[in-house]
Design a protein around this ligand. Structure first.
Ligand code: KIV
Length: 273
């Protein structure tokens, strides 16, 4: 396992911007608890997102829609207690930023109680007033365009977005509007690689892609996806860096076998008088 010292300098917004300007790719993973947070802290990863994907990954929902602000605060606090060097951002869940007032109240919870350094909102021009208000109140904001999972029903499923020229023009206009409203970073999800590259080139701020091609300024994957927790989940954009479903499955089979055969605990794992 290749580690960097956790005393290495904390990643800041200025450092992320400098990476864009230097052409140095930014790495981001999702993380939902302190167990994984400790491992990320020891890694060289730049950014951690406490994504509302925790609805699917941790809470057993089939979308991000049921996730509440209390769920997000609980998991963000777990992560921010141990993640000190990478930059920590948290998702604002469905309907928690419908108005400027809602956005301020709920982002405030993620920052004050959860310890997030920034919040992420899904949407384009329509949410720029909320973005500007958060930024004016000192809360850094990440935008999210392309496939926006909170709109899964409106989008008729999880599929590649902005394949047509008009949708591509709209996505670029949304990206520019978000930049003007003050986002410091933009997630682009499941769009054609050429569009990911052209939006990244047009923006001053860094883009982080997931299924948005190599032309983005950084890349993000869901932690459990990249570690291979679900052998059946194989979307085109996902590269698995481990096969933990097999490793964990084998460990559980072996523990069960040892318990049933009374091989565990042996003297080695038992206390003497
Ligand atoms: O919730 C999430 O995990 C996300 C990432 C996929 C970017 O928004």
């Amino acid at each position: 396992m290749s580690h960097v010292s956790n005393k290495a300098q904390a990643v800041t917004i200025a450092a992320l911007q400098a990476k864009k300007e230097a052409g140095e790719p930014i790495s981001m993973v999702t993380c939902y608890d302190s167990a994984f947070g400790r491992l990320v802290e020891l890694s060289p990863i730049d950014m951690v997102l406490v994504g509302d994907s925790l609805g699917n990954v941790m809470l057993g929902y089939d979308s991000t829609i049921p996730v509440t602000i209390d769920d997000m605060v609980h998991h963000t606090a777990s992560v921010s207690r141990v993640v000190k060097r990478p930059f920590v951002a948290a998702d604002m869940p469905f309907l928690t930023y419908a108005t400027k007032e809602d956005a301020l109240l709920n982002a405030g919870k993620l920052v004050q109680k959860g310890g997030a350094q920034a919040v992420k909102l899904e949407g384009g021009e329509a949410i720029c007033p909320q973005v500007a208000s958060l930024v004016a109140n000192g809360i850094p904001v990440i935008g999210h365009l392309g496939l926006t999972p909170q709109s899964v029903h409106a989008l008729s499923g999880y599929k590649v977005q902005a394949r047509e020229r008009a949708a591509q023009k709209k996505l670029l206009a949304d990206a520019m509007a978000l930049q003007d409203a003050g986002v410091f970073c933009l997630v682009l999800e499941m769009i054609p690689a050429a569009l990911g590259a052209s939006v990244s080139k047009a923006l001053k701020i860094p883009t982080i892609g997931i299924g948005a091609g190599a032309g983005c300024d950084g890349q993000v994957l869901v932690m459990q996806d990249l570690l291979g927790f679900d052998a059946t989940f194989k979307p085109k954009f996902l590269k698995k860096y481990a096969d933990l479903s097999e490793v964990i499955g084998d460990a559980l089979v072996n523990f069960n076998k040892d318990v049933k055969s009374k091989k565990f605990p042996s003297a080695e794992h038992s206390f003497g008088d």
